[in-house]
Every structure is written in structure tokens, then in C-alpha cells.
Write a protein that binds this ligand. Structure first.
Ligand code: T1G
Length: 699
């Protein structure tokens, strides 16, 4: 018997217990142990029924993702689940925590399923670029219906046990202690003479589906699934479930699963899964570092950012003060917050009662002294050092000792800001991304003097407010924006070279970006970029650098907010503007910049390799701890698709030698200023290594 799966009798019910912390993943020892225990149960005449139970905090949460890049070792999961289903005596799955992926598939191969009402079940494989490859695409439609099964598998979202019970996935909800409840359920089966009930024998009534069902479903998922490979494969599996005999459809599922597993998309999405967990680990800040309680927060500045930031705390029940300089600004700020919540209520993603509760936690004030007791103060005022200085000198006088003083600056020097106070050890950067109440990234900027206690507190606080906290060090633009500057630089340069903005944006969007760089510039405001460029002390000595942004700002074309920027706006609809094309041509002529025929491949190379090169410099300077941290920043803060895995994963996918060769090509055309490969890239190409290998070599 394997030590991770045990067998015991409770009267005439066998209890098979999986104990494989932290999440009872279906590693090889667990699969072997399950096969052995089911075999033992089948042969054990004293056992009339069995319960599959899990120790620890959750039922099986899926296959062991760490095994995916290794050769599959028998018994693999489809074989184990069919062994369970073919058992001649009933098996009951007892679910708590999260029965996900292979976990739910195992439970669906059992003959009955019970759960506590706090449990959740789901098939999230699509988030890993996979599909439920252990008969999940065949069983869930049989239990919950085709539509509900597709919704669950395409979204990858878990559902509460209560909903799963209503849909027929779970047979009964257990009050009180789960194992006892499951054993009782099993005994009742025996007493009622109820034997095994195979999910695979449930018929799917194909005639009940409209002829256009799958075509319509594909249309309905097109936006959410854009650019992703796995969702379409899931639909194909469910089509097979409807059209083919069970085992033929299972064979189809297996073939499509192996295609997904082999895809670069799945490798990228699995990389992101682990990256999102690794990013929370700070080597020089031990897990047991003392933390400060954050019971009261204050936000200085109630603009779009400040309002959004305040909402994050109210949403998780933390009272927050919003301080502004005058009543008009304060009223405007509170109206922004109220409008944000009303929008969410209108989309039925929030109830009116929940909105009222959140609003009641947000207190407007004009008085600095009102924030004296705050445990955390977040400054979200104008992005100029002179204003930061004024605010932090004031905070230093009014805030209680031990209060954490944070700046939401998107690029300015946190060490300089800390020096405006007598408590630099309590100063940190908390860079939220617009819209601050929506974007999941929080770039946490540690100053040279920021204490470990403050870092640990803020890293944990990120999780509390449902963000992914990425810890970075100080430089102009930190990690995200510093890598975004060369991306915009190349987009701007190509505009001067005659690449139509709408074409460049289309190519970037088709690559997977949520929005092209020009559309983002217009959304953020060209004046924001222009001011940043002006604040940037060691800006490249290049008259063409983001030239069109300056020209457009000088003509009052600030982007969406002024109705025109790189595009003209009819409402939010961006329309290419021949005037901008003419302006770009004129500027190019004045700068002696030739018009070029730029291919789509070159657009992608120049946009993303420039970004990757900056990322390599950032890693060498220690501004980011890991390449995977950079990937988290880009997938959670800049709309980069998970199926690319972030810029550094994308570089590994393309191959650093190819990135290097392309950079040399642009270096020949544009010189060393922008296209000198980072020494780290040179080194890795020479060694034939990837960023991922560099990272694991250093771990
Ligand atoms: N395999 C390996 N390790 C896993 C794991 C898994 N499935 N799930 C979590 N871990 C590790 C994780 O890396 C972390 O490690 C620790 O457990 C705690 O995780 C055949 C092919 C279950 C909701 O996609 O969603 O089944 O950082 O920090 O916040 O069709 O983990 O501590 O070293 O996330 O409490 C499908 C993935 C797999 C579920 C718990 N299953 N896991 O969240 O803890 S594919 C999933 C989660 C599959 C079949 C297919 C969450 C959780 P470390 P954590 P948490």
C-alpha cells in the first residue's frame, strides 16, 4: 500500500483515504495507491461499499502539474478512473475543499458523490492550456447537461457545491462531519440494495440540442477564447460525447488532450500557474517575518486612481478614508467611486446591499489630521516629485508611528520620496494599474531602506485585496513601465516610418495583446506619456524618440479624453485619422527618417524584442527577482495573454538565439542605442540556455 493512499474498514464500508499534501494532487504514488486500494476493495468481501476521502484541506485538486513535462508513468489517470467505475460495488466520493480537474474526474468516475456545502468543484484545465483529459469532457455533459458542462470547462471556473448539487454533479450535501456523512450515505446504498451507477451509461440526448448548438456555442465563446488553442479542443470533445460511443469519444478526448499538452500555449500557461505562486516568495524576507495589522487605510487623492485604490480595501471590508484638497475634488472623487459600483451592480456582479456596505466603508475627508490613525496611507496624487514631496512631508507629521506610507507612483524614485520623511523604513511603492479596482497586478516597490516587515505586510496585503503582488526595486518605470517604454518607442518609430497605427495595433492585437500600443497610449493619455518623457532624466538622446506623442500633445490631441489623439474618437470608437498620417510623414521628412515596408513579423519583433531586451537588463540589475516575475507583471498588468506566458517566456518559446539574431539585424539598421543585446542575452545565447534555466540555476 502506498503511504499516500490508505485503506480502512468502518463496519462494512471501506474508506480509501488520499493524504498527499498540500492539495492531494494525483501524483504517480497517488494513482498507484488508488489502483491498489480499489483492487483491494473489490476483493474484500467484508466491504459492501467504499468511500473515497481526502485528508487535509481539500479533495483531490487535480493531476500533479509538476509531472506534466515528464514522461507519463502508468497507471495514468484514465485507466484508474475506469478501474474505479468498473468496480462491481459502489464507491462514494466525499468532497471538501476544491475537487478540481482530475479530482472532479475521479469523483465522477465514482458511482456517487457527496460534499460539504463549502466545497467547490470544477474543471479548470483550460487555464493551463489543457482540457479535462481523464474522461471529464465525457462525464460532465452526462451529469450536468451539455451547455452547463461547456460553460464550466470553457470558463474553467469552479462552482459551489450547492450549484453542483442542483446540476446533478453532486448527489447529496452533507451536514456535519464529511467522512461520517459519506459512510452513512454508503451504508444507505447497501441497505437499499443500490449498486454501482456508471456515469458513462447516462445517455446524452443529442436530439435535445438545436442543430446549430455547437456553431452558436463557438460564436458565444469567441471573445473569451480569442487566440487560445484549448477551448476549441474542449468543444470538439463534447461534440464527440454527443455523437460517438463512449470509448470512441474517450479516445478522441485523449488525442486532443495530448495535442494540448504538447502545445507551446499550455507550456506558457503552466509556466504562469507556477509563476503566480513563485512571485509571492521573497528570498530575503522570511515567511515568518513579523507583519503589521492593516485595519484602517487612507488614500491621499480621490482621482480616478485614488478612487479605484480605495475600492480595493472597501471590497474586502477594510475601512478607508479618501482625502482630497477641496470639497469639489472630494465630491468628484466620491462620485467616481459610486459610479464604479453602480456599473457593477448594473452588470449584476454586485448586489445593491453589497455596494451600500462598501460605500459605507469609504469616508471622504479634507482633513489631514483625520488620517493620523491609519495603518497604511497610499498617496495617489500628481506624478510630479514636487507634489510627492509636499504630501510625504505632511504625512510624516500627521501619521502615527509605524504607519506604512506608500506611493502609487508609476515610475518616480521611491528612495527620493522616502527621503522626504524621517521614516524611510516605512515607505514603499504600491503601484496599482488602471482601472485600479479591476487590474489584478500590484507592483510593490521596495526602497533601499524599506523594512522587511513593511515588505512582508504589503506582499500579504496584495493577496488580501485579491491582487498579485510583484516585488520590484527602484529604477525609472520599475519593471512594467520601464519595459513598456521601448515597446511604445518602437510603435512610435514605426509610425514615423509609415506603418499605419491601425495596422500596427491590429498586428499586436492578433498576437494576443488586449489592445495595441497606440490604442493604449490614447487610452492612458498622450499627455501622461509626454510628461513622463519630460520627467525622465536619462532619456535617450534621440530627436525622433516618441516624437509624434509630443507633436500630438502640442496640438491638444491628448487621446480618448480629448476626442482625438493618435486616432479620432467617435465615442469610444477609434477611427484612423489621415491628418495624423500626414503629420507623421512631415515629421519623418524633417528628421530624415525613411519610409519603410515593415512586415508583420518585423512589427512583432521590434515591439516585443525591445521589451525583452529591457527585461534582461532589469534582471541583471536585480530590479526584478526572476524572469517569471516579469511575466506575471505583463500578464496581470499589461494585457499580455496567458497563452504567451509573458515576455520572458515568449523569448524562451521563440528561442533566445532567434531573438538575438533579430536584434543584430535592427542594430545594423538603427545602431547601438536601442538594439545592443543585453549582456545576459549574449551570455545565455552563448551557453544555449533559456531565461527559465538561468532562473533555476540561480534558485
Ligand atoms: N499540481 C501540483 N501542485 C499544485 C497543484 C497541482 N494540481 N495545485 C496546487 N499546487 C501547489 C501550488 O503550486 C502550491 O505550491 C501549493 O500547491 C498550494 O497551492 C487530468 C490534466 C487547489 C485552488 O488546475 O487552483 O487535473 O507554491 O498556493 O491558493 O484532466 O492550488 O506552496 O510550493 O494555489 O490554497 C487541474 C490547480 C490540474 C488546480 C488551492 N487542477 N490548483 O489554492 O494554494 S490539470 C488545477 C489550484 C488536470 C486532468 C488534468 C489551487 C487550489 P507551493 P496554492 P491555494
Amino acid at each position: 500500500m502506498s503511504e499516500v493512499v490508505s485503506y480502512a474498514l468502518e463496519g462494512d464500508v471501506a474508506v480509501i483515504t488520499v493524504d498527499n499534501p498540500p492539495v492531494n494532487a494525483l501524483s504517480l504514488p497517488v494513482r498507484r495507491g488508488l489502483a491498489q486500494c480499489v483492487e483491494r476493495f473489490a476483493a474484500d468481501a467484508s466491504a459492501k461499499a467504499a468511500v473515497l476521502f481526502c485528508a487535509g484541506r481539500t479533495f483531490i485538486a487535480g493531476a500533479d502539474i509538476t509531472e506534466f513535462d515528464k514522461p507519463i508513468e502508468e497507471p495514468w489517470l484514465p485507466k484508474v478512473v475506469h478501474q474505479m467505475e468498473d468496480c462491481v460495488k459502489p464507491i462514494v466520493a466525499a468532497i471538501h475543499g476544491t475537487a478540481l480537474g482530475g479530482g472532479l474526474e475521479t469523483a465522477m468516475a465514482c458511482h456517487y458523490r457527496v460534499a460539504v456545502d463549502t466545497a467547490q468543484v470544477g474543471l479548470p484545465e483550460v487555464t493551463l492550456g489543457l482540457l479535462p483529459g481523464a474522461t471529464g469532457t465525457q462525464r460532465l455533459p452526462r451529469l450536468a447537461g451539455v451547455q452547463a458542462a461547456l460553460d464550466a470547462m470553457i470558463s474553467g471556473k469552479p462552482m459551489p457545491a450547492k450549484i453542483a448539487h442542483e446540476k446533478g454533479i453532486i448527489d447529496a450535501l452533507v451536514d456535519g462531519e464529511l467522512k461520517a456523512g459519506a459512510v452513512k450515505f454508503a451504508k444507505a446504498l447497501v441497505n437499499e440494495g443500490k449498486g454501482p451507477r456508471k456515469v458513462r451509461d447516462i445517455k446524452i440526448d443529442a436530439a435535445s440540442l438545436p442543430a446549430t448548438f455547437f456553431a452558436d456555442y463557438r460564436k458565444s465563446m469567441a471573445r473569451e477564447a480569442r487566440g487560445f488553442f484549448a477551448p476549441e479542443q474542449i468543444v470538439k470533445c463534447v461534440e464527440a460525447a454527443v455523437a460517438l460511443p463512449y470509448f470512441d469519444a474517450v479516445a478522441r478526448e485523449n488525442a486532443l488532450f495530448m495535442e494540448c499538452m504538447a502545445s507551446t500555449q499550455s507550456k506558457a500557461q503552466r509556466h504562469m500557474f507556477f509563476a503566480e505562486r513563485e512571485v509571492a516568495k521573497v528570498p530575503d524576507v522570511p515567511k515568518d517575518t513579523a507583519m503589521r495589522a492593516i485595519k484602517q487605510v487612507a488614500v491621499i487623492g480621490g482621482g480616478t486612481m485614488g478612487g479605484g485604490i480605495a475600492m480595493n480595501f472597501a471590497n474586502v471590508g477594510i475601512p478607508v478614508l479618501v482625502k482630497e484638497i477641496n470639497q469639489e475634488a472630494l465630491d468628484r472623487g466620491m462620485n467616481i467611486i459610486r459610479a464604479n459600483y453602480e456599473g457593477t451592480v448594473k452588470k449584476s456582479k454586485l448586489t445593491q446591499a453589497q455596494m451600500d456596505k462598501c460605500m459605507a466603508l469609504i469616508t471622504p475627508t479634507l482633513d489631514y489630521n483625520a488620517i493620523g490613525d491609519a495603518d497604511l496611507v497610499i498617496e495617489a496624487v500628481f506624478e510630479t516629485m514636487s507634489v510627492k514631496k509636499e504630501v510625504f512631508e505632511k504625512l510624516d507629521t500627521v501619521c502615527k508611528p509605524g504607519a506604512i506610507l506608500a506611493s502609487n507612483t508609476s515610475s518616480l524614485n521611491v528612495d527620493e520620496i522616502a527621503a522626504f520623511t524621517k521614516r524611510p523604513q516605512d515607505v514603499i511603492g504600491l503601484h496599482f494599474f488602471a482601472p485600479a479596482n479591476v487590474m489584478t497586478l500590484l507592483e510593490i516597490v521596495r526602497g533601499a531602506k524599506t523594512s522587511k516587515e513593511v515588505i512582508a505586510t504589503c506582499m500579504t496585503l496584495a493577496k488580501t485585496i485579491r491582487k498579485i503582488g510583484a516585488l520590484v526595486r527602484v529604477c525609472f518605470g520599475f519593471v512594467g513601465n520601464r519595459m513598456y517604454f521601448p515597446y511604445v518607442r518602437e510603435a512610435q518609430r514605426m509610425m514615423l516610418e509609415g506603418v499605419a497605427p491601425e495596422r500596427l495595433d491590429r498586428v499586436a492585437h492578433e498576437w494576443g495583446m488586449a489592445m495595441g500600443p497606440h490604442a493604449v497610449s490614447d487610452l492612458s493619455g498622450l499627455d501622461v506619456f509626454d510628461k513622463l518623457n519630460k520627467e525622465w532624466k536619462d532619456k535617450p538622446n534621440d530627436p525622433s524618440y516618441c516624437r509624434m506623442i509630443g507633436v500630438l500633445v502640442s496640438k491638444g490631441r491628448l487621446g480618448q479624453k480629448s476626442g482625438a489623439g493618435i486616432y479620432k474618437y467617435e465615442g469610444r470608437n477609434a477611427v484612423p485619422d489621415p491628418e495624423v498620417t500626414a503629420l507623421a510623414k512631415a515629421e519623418a521628412a524633417a528628421l530624415n527618417i525613411p519610409q519603410l515596408e515593415v512586415t508583420d513579423t518585423e512589427i512583432i519583433e521590434r515591439l516585443f524584442y525591445a521589451m525583452i531586451n529591457e527585461g534582461a537588463l532589469i534582471l541583471e540589475e536585480g530590479i526584478a527577482m526572476r524572469p517569471s516575475d516579469i511575466d506575471v507583471v505583463y500578464c496581470h498588468g499589461y494585457g499580455m495573454p496567458r497563452h504567451r506566458g509573458g515576455p520572458m517566456q515568449y523569448a524562451d518559446t521563440v528561442g533566445l538565439d532567434r531573438v538575438y539574431q533579430a536584434m543584430q539585424k535592427y542594430r545594423t539598421r538603427y545602431g547601438d542605442l536601442y538594439w545592443t543585446p543585453a549582456p545576459l542575452i549574449e551570455k545565455l545565447v552563448k551557453a544555449g540556455k533559456t531565461f527559465e534555466q538561468w532562473s533555476s540555476d540561480r534558485a
